[in-house]
Ligand binder design. Sequence first.
Ligand SMILES: [Fe+2]
Ligand SMILES: [Fe+2]
Length: 188
Amino acid sequence: MPRLSASDFMALKATVMRKLLEHHEKEYHCHVQFVRDIGVELARTHHADEQLIEIACLLHDIGRDQELPGEEHPETGARIVRELLTDTALTADEVELIAQCVKHHGEQSPDASIEEKIVLTADAASKVLYHEAFMLMCKKQTYEEKLAWGNKYLEKGYTKCAFEDYKQRIYPRYKQLRAIYDAVAARV
Ligand SMILES: [Fe+2]
Ligand SMILES: [Fe+2]
């Protein structure tokens, strides 16, 4: 049973989508929507709150290109999340849980909650399962740079998955992409 009513959740999602599309339309279409899809599926598997996971996944990269000096985008994102989600239907604890998921989406903390692991895994796995879509965001100029960029995120994405069974599930896709990159690199 979802905690928020359908109308409260719709209003919350409208707020989130407005903010997301304001600066991150490309990221939404090429990356964030896939992170959301994987996150919601993982939330079902791990009996986590699907609504909170969906909001956290939608907002996980909201800090990109909004960083203050000395900030990394996950910290920036957590700050924006706290501002954006205050005075919504969410409780203060729920807002903080989402902020923590956003803050730790790149590196797993030793005492990570199941929600943090889900968002981190969804972000990581999306770079493998939806690799071509992710590559549409690549700003590199030369094919050598694009090759290095793609390789880097393929490896990071596969390595960072926090759930071993999910990692095994995406392994065939990882292997297929790995083979393509290796074949190109071998002939350069
Ligand atoms: Fe990120
Ligand atoms: Fe991401």
